[in-house]
Design a protein around this ligand. Structure first.
Ligand code: ADE
Ligand code: ZN
Length: 325
């Protein structure tokens, strides 16, 4: 089944073997990044962020990001993804400097063009600031986004430790991105409950929410989300792996869907959470009895909520529909 993925962190999608190889080439030691089986080692969310940043230290040049993008898109295409939106962080790509960021962006875009020719997968980028790096660094990321906004660089968002600071602290950055005609999304409702989601919608005026699953704790908010058609980028495997929910059966995506909230399915940081889009769909089918009809509906929701141009959506919609027999 062809799939649309809206929530994927580029560094978080790096296969561990790719990062190990890169570190070896550079003679770098990455202490504490891998477990004895060669997988990413992490215990809880704070540790996950530490390991994520430690692994990302191996990605030093635009050429490294070119290679990373090719590796990630090859893997996504294997799982039927035909359109992907990926989070890119100027903090990691040039330290927030606009000129350096342009070079990274160009390298990533070139790799995306190459992958589109080879695998038929289309990529678009969303600049994301990192919440625990603070509002000043976020402004630099927003400036990078605003300066490079295009049909390819289509959005702005925020990731990182949701428990640090308040959404309003980042309103200036989101305003700058909005004025540059970028679409907006924000991680919320992963580590904070309904209030964090409400504050994010009010102060950052986003069209989509990354995760948003803890809205389930407030029935009125669930109704408001359904009513306002704000789309949730739900990553169930990530939530279970990081302990937001103890298991798939406890995950609220089924209830949110039944309540009419626009939910979509993504992997977040697939190798960190031992997941793929195929794995997510298989587990959702198993847990909630979802069939191809439901998955087609979710993919259409995702494509409608994608930040790319409408003419591209029209082309991709044809690839979602099963062929008439
Ligand atoms: N960065 C990468 N994955 C993330 C997640 N699940 N939550 C917040 N920030 C992230
Ligand atoms: Zn995420």
């Amino acid at each position: 089944m062809n799939k649309i993925e809206l929530h994927l962190h580029l560094e978080g999608a790096a296969p561990p073997a790719f990062i190990r190889g890169l570190a070896q080439e550079k003679g770098m030691r990455l202490d504490g990044v891998f477990d004895e089986n060669g997988h990413y080692a992490h215990t809880d969310f704070a540790h996950f962020l530490e390991v994520y940043e430690a692994a990302t230290a191996a990605l030093k040049t635009p050429e490294d990001y070119h290679r990373l993008t090719l590796a990630v898109l090859e893997e996504s295409a294997k799982h039927g993804v035909i359109y992907s939106e990926t989070f890119l962080s100027p903090d990691f790509c040039g330290g927030g400097d606009v000129a350096a960021w342009r070079e990274y962006l160009q390298a990533i875009q070139e790799a995306a063009d190459q992958a589109e020719r080879t695998h038929g997968i289309v990529l678009r980028g969303i600049v994301t600031c990192i919440r625990h790096f603070g509002p000043d660094q976020a402004k630099r990321a927003a400036l990078c986004a605003a300066e490079t906004a295009s049909d390819w660089l289509v959005g702005f968002g925020i990731a990182g430790a949701e428990t640090v600071g308040e959404p309003i602290d980042f309103a200036y950055s989101f305003d700058m991105a909005r004025e540059a005609d970028l679409h907006l999304t924000a991680h919320a409702g992963e580590w904070r409950g309904p209030k964090g989601i409400r504050d994010t919608i009010r102060d950052l005026r986003v069209e989509r929410i990354g995760h948003g699953v803890r809205a389930i704790e407030d029935p009125a908010l669930v109704d408001e989300l359904a009513e306002s058609e704000i789309v949730l980028e739900v990553c169930p495997g990530s939530n279970v792996a990081l302990g937001v929910y103890p298991d798939w059966a406890s995950h609220p995506i089924g209830k949110l869907y039944s309540a009419g909230v626009k939910v979509t399915v993504s992997t977040d940081d697939p190798p960190f959470f031992h997941t793929t889009m195929t794995h997510e769909y298989d587990r959702l089918a198993e847990t909630f009895g979802w069939d191809d009809g439901v998955f087609l509906e979710l993919n259409k929701t995702a494509l409608q909520a994608a930040f790319c141009r409408d003419d591209l959506k029209t082309d991709l919609m044809k690839r979602l529909e099963p062929p008439d027999v």
